[in-house]
Design a protein around this ligand. Structure first.
Ligand SMILES: [Zn+2]
Length: 273
């Protein structure tokens, strides 16, 4: 029997009709249908709605207004450092008050376009940016995700979940899980009580506000022991929320707890080395 080229052997031999149908789909139908869809729903910038070439992306002007966090960063907090100090690079904030979690990383600072994108995603149900957000998280969290066992989103209080209809952190974790193949546990952490909005609170007030607010789901608690967990949130402000979650995961004997977010508020004091 003549050897079959590997590609064909994996896909199975094609009949002439199937080959011709595929040619019609690939060669003319798909681009045609894509073109019609673009006419009906033209691709627009996910932030300012200006017409652009492809769906689910940003226009050049909005993209330029994202302050991506790039190295050198503090090894623990993930905040940008003014210059590379060599390992271990730690910010003054991380030395003065080491976080409960091991490492945090965020895609960008919480400002301009990123703030607008997250607020639209969170409060105005605009989800077309989700695939792009997942790709950004994958890149920003490369170090954390390379050997991670589990992605765990920061939960919302059930009443707030009902009001907003979805948990944005769970959506981010699920999209990132699909992209990386890392299992996602959306029901592992539970928010036990309503916490006041963190906006306008001092660091101490925020810490008190979220203290004891999170618990592990008892039926799922065993899944944490010895695991390298990455907590997923949309924004890290003071870090009080993710620290409260990390404390719960540590108590359940997680081997490592890292944090990955779309954005992070960067306090000016974090810059001081
Ligand atoms: Zn734009």
């Amino acid at each position: 029997m003549a050897a079959m080229p590997i590609g064909e052997a994996e896909l199975g031999p094609k009949t002439p009709a199937a080959a011709s149908a595929e040619w019609v789909w690939q060669g003319s139908l798909r681009p045609l249908l894509g073109g019609i869809a673009d006419l009906l729903l033209p691709p627009v910038c996910i932030s300012c709605r200006t017409r652009i070439g492809n769906h689910g992306l940003l226009c050049g002007a909005c993209f330029a207004k994202i302050d991506f966090i790039t190295p050198p960063v503090c090894a623990r907090l993930g905040v940008p450092l003014p210059y590379d100090t060599g390992p271990p690079a730690l910010s003054a904030a991380a030395i003065a008050s080491p976080p409960v979690y091991d490492r945090a990383r965020a895609v960008a600072r919480y400002s301009d376009t990123m703030r607008e994108l997250i607020q639209s995603f969170k409060y105005r149900d605009r989800q077309e940016g989700l695939p792009l957000f997942a790709r950004w998280l994958k890149r920003a969290g490369e170090e954390l995700l390379s050997d991670a066992d589990l992605l765990v989103p920061v939960p919302l209080y059930p009443a707030r979940l009902w009001w907003r209809r979805f948990n944005q952190s769970a959506m981010l974790a699920t999209a990132l899980g699909r992209l990386t193949g890392i299992p996602v546990e959306c029901l592992l952490l539970k928010r036990m009580r309503r916490t006041a909005s963190q906006v306008g609170l001092s660091v101490d007030q925020r810490r008190r506000n979220v203290g004891g607010a999170f618990r592990l789901d008892t039926a799922r608690a065993h899944r944490v022991k010895g695991k390298k967990v990455v907590l997923i949130d949309d924004v890290i402000t003071t870090g009080a929320t993710v620290e409260a979650c990390a404390r719960v995961l540590r108590r359940a004997k997680a081997a490592r707890v890292d944090v990955l977010a779309l954005a992070r508020v960067v306090e000016p004091t974090a810059f001081v080395l």
